[in-house]
Ligand binder design. Structure first.
Ligand SMILES: Cc1ncc(COP(=O)(O)OP(=O)(O)O)c(N)n1
Ligand SMILES: Cc1nc(C(=O)O)sc1CCOP(=O)(O)O
Ligand SMILES: [Mg+2]
Length: 210
């Protein structure tokens, strides 16, 4: 898996998708050229997430794009995802590897250099680092304005893993995140809540590749 090629990373949220279903948003983002999709629905039942995950798996497989499941190793396995994204309070990387296999992609959230170094030592494949800017999509502890691109630079300097910036990122502010050393950017509301998720994805892609 070429994780270093992940420049645009969609994080889904049915509750922030302007009445569209998550498969509809994912299909549009795939048409817009997104590199990886993470299924992250905190508000729906396990059964709903499973059904949605199966459909999103079909779409991502057709497009040749990896699928990551947030938090849940069991759901990642059930929908045959490529991997799982784990936060600081989620199960350890080693458990994910044991359950999903050595080839599974395991991402870990880090908002400090210390957390990034620990995740690297634990065997993470990539880091999700944020919240870079202020966000309404998640209750983030600490600085409401975000950790800033300076922290992205510090983390990218400290570890050898691909770094994905997340939090408050859209086409207008994505370039400095990559200039600071991130491999790519993850976006939730900038894509899911956009008037046209395909256009928003293409704009984000342009911002980080040009
Ligand atoms: C790419 C990426 N980075 C960070 C996160 C946040 O994960 P976590 O800290 O576990 O918080 P929740 O998303 O579970 O609320 C992420 N999901 N994806
Ligand atoms: C899911 C998530 N994780 C974050 C972190 O800092 O770890 S910020 C965040 C929300 C990202 O949503 P938006 O792109 O709409 O700001
Ligand atoms: Mg989590």
């Amino acid at each position: 898996m070429n994780i270093s090629g992940w420049q645009t990373y969609l994080v889904t949220a049915t509750s922030r998708s302007a009445g569209r279903t998550t498969p509809e948003v994912v299909a549009a983002a795939l048409d817009g050229g997104v590199d990886v999709v993470q299924l992250r629905d905190k508000a729906t039942s396990a059964r709903e997430r499973y059904e949605t995950g199966l459909r999103v798996r079909e779409l991502t497989t057709e497009a040749g794009v990896p699928l990551i499941v947030n938090d849940r190793i069991d759901l990642a396995s059930a929908v045959d995802a490529d991997g799982v994204h784990l936060g600081q309070s989620d199960l350890p990387v080693a458990v994910a590897r044991e359950q999903l296999g050595e080839d599974a992609v395991v991402g870990v959230s880090a908002s400090t250099v210390e957390q990034a170094e620990s995740a690297e030592a634990a065997g993470a494949d990539y880091l999700g680092v944020g919240a870079v800017y202020g966000t309404d999509s998640k209750d983030v502890s600490g600085d409401r304005d975000g950790i800033g691109v300076e922290r992205i630079a510090a983390v990218a300097d400290a570890v050898d893993l691909p770094v994905i910036g997340i939090g408050g990122i859209d086409a207008s502010n994505a370039a400095p995140v990559v200039e600071a050393g991130a491999t790519g950017v993850a976006a939730l509301s900038a894509i899911t809540a956009a008037e046209d998720p395909e256009v928003a994805t293409a704009a984000l892609r342009k911002a980080v590749t040009e």
